[in-house]
Design a binder for this molecule. Structure first.
Ligand code: ZN
Length: 291
């Protein structure tokens, strides 16, 4: 009899919980982000909200998604998504395809109102999040968008965004303080990821090793970079964790410069403080390499 009672309790708990879970899934909001930095921003804004799920469309270690082609699995994921959060500024070159095929999808463009740096023919540099000020603007845009599409959690989004923005303002202060006395401010970066950062913290990018992201520089481009390094008395070379450091090492050999790693926060750990930790590490690298 005792055993029977236990079995009843077990069955009740099992089916009781299962039913509860099904109900939860029904009202769960699925938010998809396009790539790593947008994912880190969004998990901060949706922190501790129970019926929200945040997933990233691309692999977390994809890095920049310049020229990314959508897979059929990506399109399936988009089909079950309620809200899609993008970086904007031209980073998601596939966005037109998504809009065309899933016209009902709610899209949040986090670059709204950010002052963009023009590259050429109406194309803009999309690496806006590497500037703390822009990152704050992006957090505000994502918060606004989520509050519009999911007004039920408006207060939670506001509370989380405010908290994260406070941390980002502290980070900006720490960076200004840490970087202000750096002696040599002419730098060569690996790809065009640091232009907004350089503008914000007063560095001068004299050349970029890889002109086209993901395409190794040819001999002429390498020679031009070496010429600029000598002309502007550049003191260090920067590779990025997401790309092969090969071309930087070739230039280092020619110029006698040391190669350091500067991280545009485009891949990394999946915790909420990841962006802040990566940027703090960049302060250390810049101080060590340029003084
Ligand atoms: Zn990039």
């Amino acid at each position: 009899m005792k055993r029977f009672a236990l079995l009843c309790i077990f069955l009740l708990l099992f089916f009781g919980c299962k039913k509860q879970k099904d109900t939860d899934t029904d009202k769960e909001i699925l938010i998809m982000t396009s790539f790593y930095p947008v994912y880190i921003s969004t998990i901060n804004i949706t922190k501790d909200i129970l019926d929200i799920k945040v997933l990233n469309l691309t692999e977390y270690d994809t890095g920049c998604i310049h020229n990314y082609s959508l897979t059929s699995d990506n399109m399936k994921d988009i089909s079950r998504t309620d809200i899609f959060v993008i970086n904007g500024a031209g980073m998601e070159t596939f966005i037109d395809k998504i809009i065309k095929e899933k016209s009902v999808l709610k899209i949040i463009d986090s670059s709204k109102g950010v002052k963009l740096i023009e590259k050429n023919n109406n194309q803009y540099n999309p690496h806006i999040w590497v500037s703390i000020e822009n990152q704050i603007k992006q957090i505000e845009n994502i918060k606004e968008g989520l509050s519009l599409y999911d007004p039920l959690h408006k207060e939670n989004y506001k509370k989380n965004a405010d908290l994260y923005i406070t941390k980002l303002n502290q980070l900006k202060q720490e960076m200004e303080e840490g970087l202000k006395d750096i002696k040599y401010r002419n730098i060569v970066t690996f790809h065009e990821a640091f232009n907004y950062f350089a503008e914000e913290f007063n560095f001068n990018i004299v050349s970029v090793i890889e002109r086209e992201p993901g395409v190794e520089p040819n001999a002429k481009e390498m020679a031009e970079t070496i010429k600029m390094i000598k002309k502007y008395d550049v003191k260090a070379l920067f590779a990025e964790p997401q790309y092969s450091s090969g071309p930087a090492r070739v230039i280092a050999k020619e110029t006698g410069l040391k190669v350091y790693t500067l991280d545009p926060a485009v891949s990394g750990p999946l915790n909420k403080n990841a962006y802040i930790d990566i940027m703090k590490n960049n302060i250390k690298v810049l101080k060590e390499s340029l003084n």
